[in-house]
Design a binder for this molecule. Structure first.
Ligand SMILES: Nc1ncnc2c1ncn2[C@@H]1O[C@H](COP(=O)(O)OP(=O)(O)O)[C@@H](O)[C@H]1O
Ligand SMILES: [Mg+2]
Length: 307
């Protein structure tokens, strides 16, 4: 960590004059962003560490030279206007972009010090440890129990099928425990414990999203990536998800994309602001970023002047 206080206090003024001249919504990707604007210092080793990350979709650049370190057991919020690369960035953290043909990823991402883009990496294991929850709840059209047990069965943690029973192994009790533990952790157990064999698609949107979080928790992840997990939900369901995220951060590392700045301010410990051109402009403690941003463009964005 370098001189945030001295450089951070002085450096922005030079650029803000030019930036503010007429168009705060500048598309100048080469605007100077001093390292001190994104050089967030925290205690302990980073859980995820990203260095010089570029992503292109064909000839379009979606992320430009992103470097960021994410601390464990906390909530990191990613904010910024639509199209600035937040989802692309999140997908880089568990190699979900591998599934998008046009996406070309350069740079390094390490998870607990291990390069996740190295040849031969076990992607199933990576995505188990770095799980993901999407914008629209996407339960399988199966029972609530089967949704939660899906991952542990796939990974061989529990064996409860007919073959297992015939060969004398039946982990039904263990599976029941995982189902209950995961649903409790996702704060939905009380609402569904009397209908575990009902189809998950019969749940409300907010319940479905907590079910998807429970499904993610069932395989014991370390990191949970969430891409606007509450944007399709009503305010009450949103509040439940927000409470849940804060609780989860006591045990897990949560990285959440949100277009809702109040939400980021409420639930996150640190905030990364992406702006046009796929650039990370500011990263720091959430209170500092919202109350005293170093970048004028970030201040304009946060105060609603654009975006
Ligand atoms: N699958 C894709 N194929 C091509 N371009 C994409 C794809 N996904 C995103 N993009 C482009 O990359 C840029 C960043 O998109 P995205 O990461 O979705 O931003 P955000 O989540 O911040 O709205 C946008 O210009 C978008 O059009
Ligand atoms: Mg997005």
């Amino acid at each position: 960590m370098t001189d945030t206080s001295s450089l951070g206090a002085n450096a922005p003024t030079d650029t803000t004059v030019a930036e503010n001249a007429d168009r705060p919504q500048t598309t100048d990707r080469h605007e100077d962003t001093p390292d001190s604007w994104t050089d967030y210092a925290f205690e302990g080793e980073p859980k995820l560490s990203v260095d010089g990350l570029d992503v292109h979709y064909g000839s379009d650049q979606a992320l430009d030279d992103i470097s960021i370190e994410i601390p464990e057991q906390s909530v990191t919020a990613l904010i910024g206007p639509s199209g600035c690369g937040k989802s692309t960035f999140l997908r880089c953290l568990n190699r979900m972009n591998d599934r998008i043909r046009a996406a070309e990823v350069d740079g390094t991402v390490t998870f607990e010090g291990q390069d996740i883009y190295q040849d031969g990496l076990d992607l199933v294991e990576l995505r188990k440890r770095v799980g993901m929850v999407f914008q629209a709840p996407n339960p399988f059209p199966k029972s609530i129990r089967d949704n939660i047990a899906y991952g542990p069965r796939k990974h061989g943690t529990v064996q409860t099928d007919l073959l297992a029973k015939l060969t004398g192994r039946d982990d039904s009790d263990q599976e029941d425990e995982i189902v209950e533990r995961s649903l409790r952790q996702a704060a939905i157990w009380e609402e569904v414990n009397d209908r575990l064999d009902d189809n998950a698609l019969g749940l409300s949107g907010g319940q479905q999203q907590r079910l998807c979080i429970a499904r993610c928790l069932a395989v014991d992840p370390e990191v949970i990536l969430m891409d606007e997990p509450a944007s399709a939900l009503d305010p009450i369901a949103t509040a439940k998800i927000e409470d849940l995220i804060e609780e989860l951060a006591e045990e897990y590392t949560v990285v959440i994309v949100t277009h809702n700045m109040q939400q980021a301010a409420r639930i996150s410990d640190q905030t990364a602001v992406f702006l046009t051109g796929g650039r990370l402009v500011e990263y720091g403690e959430t209170d500092q970023v919202f109350e005293n941003p170093k970048s004028q463009r970030v201040e304009d964005y946060i105060t609603g002047k654009f975006g």
